[in-house]
Design a protein around this ligand. Structure first.
Ligand SMILES: [Zn+2]
Length: 247
């Protein structure tokens, strides 16, 4: 029987039978792991509080039948109390874990993803940061890990430096007026996306109501969906309802 001990983030849980759940974890060393949590839905379960979505935990697991593990011991690494008391922060967290859950890499470890994920949770738990642009910035970081960071310093089609007027996730970057496709991009949206991709994230997240934020969220969402080739339900529902142009 394989036994593992590792840090992990709970991506999601789903019901199994009367009182059980399957818990999907992203672990630091072992990638995505599924845990069969017997009796977790009973009020007396000791696991209930620790194995819920967005929990950052330390786990001892034992592999049972097939791919499933059972939990021998679980404890919080971080309690994330600020995150847990805000719908906006929780929803931002859900948008992030849903995308990680969509990464097609069962049992493939990726410490880079684990580190990004835990950094996102700690950022969402920090009251000095505004949560609204956290998913968008996470999506861009994830694309960068995969070598698919969007081009935002020139026209991705012809190389012209500007003016850049749109962003097209299908071609992976900003476009000039002659090549334009995708979403219209305002000068404010362009500046913001450059700050986020260029590493000025900490100061971006300390500001609220940034001009262009809605555009950047939409673009980040489109980019991650184009990357995975499918629509992501939760993430989409937290994006702002901005009308789409040039489609
Ligand atoms: Zn062009």
């Amino acid at each position: 029987m394989r036994e593992i001990e590792d840090d992990a983030v709970v991506l999601r849980t789903y019901k199994s039978g009367e009182s059980d759940r399957v818990v999907v974890l992203w672990t630091r060393e072992f990638g995505k792991v599924r845990v069969f949590a017997k009796g977790i839905r009973k009020v007396t379960s000791k696991l209930g509080g620790t194995l819920e979505a967005l929990a950052y935990v330390r786990v001892q697991l034992v592999q049972t039948r097939g791919e499933l593990y059972v939990a021998r011991h679980v404890e919080h690494r971080e309690r994330l109390t600020t995150l847990r008391t805000s719908y906006e922060r929780i929803n931002a967290g859900y948008a992030v874990v849903e995308v990680v859950d969509a990464i097609p890499s069962d049992d493939v470890a990726d410490e880079g993803i684990f580190d990004l994920l835990t950094r996102v949770l700690l950022t969402l738990d920090d009251p000095s940061f505004d949560p609204s642009l956290v998913p968008a910035s996470f999506f861009f970081r994830l694309l960068a890990l995969d070598g698919s960071e969007p081009v935002v310093d020139q026209c991705v089609n012809c190389g012209r430096e500007g003016p850049l007027v749109s962003f097209d996730a299908q071609v992976g970057g900003t476009l000039c007026a002659s090549c334009r496709s995708g979403h219209t991009l305002s000068p404010e949206g362009l500046e913001l996306i450059r700050r986020i991709v260029g590493g000025d994230l900490a100061s971006v997240l300390r500001e609220t109501s940034l001009p262009g934020a809605g555009e950047v969220m939409m673009i980040a969402q489109d980019s991650i969906e184009a990357h995975f080739g499918r629509r992501l339900r939760v993430a989409r529902s937290t994006a702002p309802l901005t009308p789409r142009h040039d489609r």
